[in-house]
Design a protein around this ligand. Structure first.
Ligand SMILES: [Fe+2]
Ligand SMILES: [Fe+2]
Length: 183
């Protein structure tokens, strides 16, 4: 599942950095879809759901790492509660937990027995907690800081560049995972 470019639904010239938070809502929805597939014991759907979630989470955090984080420090927007170091650490932790989840879900011969379903749901809880925590931090002190500090046209350009990279990476990762896991 690849989302339509935002350009089709938004006036690109009015784009703001806070609009990038829409991906956080999408991540929450995709993680929930994965968990629902686990609950009903549908392994192919769970695998598809995890890949869809993974591609977006990795693309989103990598696009932030490459474009928004350098801009954040350049503009002097770091605070004690939202620094480059904190954000980079959280991104790394999210990607590590995600890699572990992919290993579990794509292990050879795995069967979604009731015990396995419970285990996956429990294992996903930490990932969800870190994700929620990160969402709160970025909503409070990351994306809005750009929109406050920059002129509207500058914020739109920064958001547009970040969004374009996120979409490109997401499509690449989806293709890569689909090939890797023969989905
Ligand atoms: Fe984010
Ligand atoms: Fe982030």
């Amino acid at each position: 599942m690849v989302r339509q470019p935002y350009a089709e639904s938004l006036d690109y010239g009015m784009l703001q950095c806070t609009d990038l938070l829409e991906s956080h809502n999408e991540l929450t929805a995709r993680l929930r879809a994965f968990l629902l597939a686990v609950v009903v014991g549908d392994l192919p759907l769970a695998r598809q759901g995890l890949i869809s979630f993974a591609a977006l989470l990795e693309a989103h955090s990598l696009a932030e790492d490459q474009i928004l984080l350098p801009a954040f420090t350049d503009l002097g927007l770091e605070t004690n509660g939202c620094s480059l170091d904190i954000l980079q650490k959280e991104h790394r932790k999210l990607r590590r937990l995600l890699a572990e989840a992919r290993q579990r879900v794509f292990a050879d011969g795995v069967k979604l027995t009731p015990a396995m379903r419970l285990l996956w749901i429990e294992d996903t809880r930490l990932l969800k907690e870190v994700l929620d925590h990160h969402d709160v931090r970025e909503r409070a002190a990351f994306h809005p800081a750009f929109d406050s500090a920059l002129e509207q046209a500058e914020a739109a350009a920064l958001a547009g560049e970040t969004q374009a990279l996120e979409h490109k990476l997401e499509a690449q990762l989806l293709a890569q995972y689909s090939a890797e896991y023969a989905l």
